[in-house]
Design a protein around this ligand. Structure first.
Ligand code: AMP
Length: 399
């Protein structure tokens, strides 16, 4: 069974083709600058060098056609006919409270996703365009939506409600939704597998630390709290996002700097976090380099990030009544030994003991705690595409 996984952004589109027999990736690629000058597709057949084609890609429909053509190409393709494709799975950012699991896409589901656009105005329209482009290219193929918010739908109301007038929840759906759910699901369940323990019995904190970062409390295999909120702006500091701030600062800064609401939103999303604090870069590698040269604001940005993550871990251990496993994933979590070490330093009281030698690891599954550590600490590279492919296979097979 061959399944195509698609992750559509407003001007980009990532894809992977899986052979589900052994869950191998046959090919993957990236379509960039859709609707912008200089658009291109970079296609890689597993085991071969990437092939880049620079061509006009005015919209997602053309992008999808190029993806399908690349998969069929006689030199770097992997399919001899599109009939070999069983289904297409899509990453969709926001399903609000409508879906707590992945679903087969049909016109009713599409209407529900369109209703969620106000909750994710930057993301859902792009995801919907991707689905519609596949529908027009392959009208008979089953499609599945896998939602970033779905895994967090198990949060109890006292964790997802804000202390705001209740009517905003009823009228506009104002509440914590959480994001990166597919990643938190994958790494928490994979951690249980690695440790050969039933996930139902574990209290896990998963730290997805990348350009966007979120921390999740996973109790018994279910998300019970998460650091992102109504939007992906909340939680710890990120590449360019502020994370949690005092909400009264919005009015204060608006008045002091003469900014309107949109400008404030832009500042919080694009000019804050690591970039805002360090004044150098949103990329942790640059900030770590600068810190090693003694740059004070780079050191400060790293300290603020590590302290913020540590506080969430402590809070979630309290929320779950204990902690068995701590998992690091995504660009920073998988690669930065410094951040992992800084986060764990001081958590000995919870039973976290990092083995500094084992912590010297990158981009692979590893246990990095000492043999005697009460809390097992793991690095687990995330694989959201695999979850999407598996859910797609399951939902297609169920029909
Ligand atoms: P992601 O959004 O998951 O792709 O993660 C991107 C983030 O991971 C950026 O802040 C990168 O600086 C960070 N990152 C990637 N590789 C490394 C590395 N080797 N050391 C430190 N940070 C890294």
């Amino acid at each position: 069974m061959k399944i195509l996984v698609i992750n559509c952004g407003s001007s980009s589109l990532k894809y992977q083709l899986f052979d589900m027999e052994k869950e191998n990736v046959l090919a993957k690629g990236l379509v960039e600058r859709i609707g912008i000058e200089g658009s291109q597709i970079k296609h890689t057949k597993t085991g071969m060098e990437p092939v880049v084609q620079v061509t006009a890609i005015p919209d997602h429909k053309v992008g999808i056609k190029l993806v399908l053509d690349s998969l069929l190409d006689k030199d770097h393709g992997v399919l001899s006919s599109l009939d070999e494709l069983t289904a297409v799975g899509h990453r969709v950012v926001h399903a609000g409270e409508k879906f707590a699991t992945s679903v087969r896409l049909d016109p009713k589901v599409m209407d529900a996703l369109k209703e969620c656009i106000p909750l994710a105005p930057l993301h859902n329209p792009a995801n919907i365009m991707g689905i519609e482009a596949v529908t027009s290219a392959l009208p008979n193929i089953p499609q599945v939506g896998v939602f970033d918010t779905a895994f967090h739908q198990t949060m109890p109301d006292y964790a997802f409600m804000y202390g705001l007038p209740y009517g905003y929840y009823e009228k506009y759906g104002v509440r914590r939704y959480g994001f990166h759910g597919t990643s938190h699901y994958y790494v928490s369940h994979r951690a249980a597998e690695i440790l050969q323990k039933p996930v139902e019995k574990l209290k896990i904190v998963t730290c997805h630390l990348g350009n966007g970062s979120s921390i999740t409390a996973v109790k018994g295999g279910r998300s019970v709290d998460t650091s992102m909120g109504f939007t992906p702006l909340a939680g710890v500091i990120m590449g360019t996002r502020s994370g949690d701030i005092d909400p009264a600062l919005i009015n204060f800064i608006a008045q002091a700097e003469n900014l309107d609401v949109k400008e404030i939103d832009g500042m919080l999303n694009k000019k804050s976090g690591m970039l805002g604090l360090s004044g150098l870069s949103s990329d942790l590698r640059d900030v770590e380099d600068a810190a090693s040269r003694g740059e004070p604001r780079a050191k400060l940005a790293i300290a603020v990030l590590a302290y913020g993550i540590k506080k969430y871990i402590g809070a979630y251990a309290a929320a779950m009544g204990g902690l068995d496993v701590l998992v690091f994933t995504a660009g920073i979590g998988e690669n930065s030994a410094t951040i992992r070490s800084r986060v764990c330093d001081g958590l000995e009281f919870l039973g976290v003991e990092l083995d500094q030698e084992k912590n010297d690891v990158r981009s692979k599954e590893a246990e990095i705690s000492t043999v005697g550590s009460k809390v097992r600490v793991l690095v687990v590279p995330t694989n959201e595409e695999l979850v999407i492919a598996r859910d797609t296979k399951r939902l297609v097979a169920n029909r």
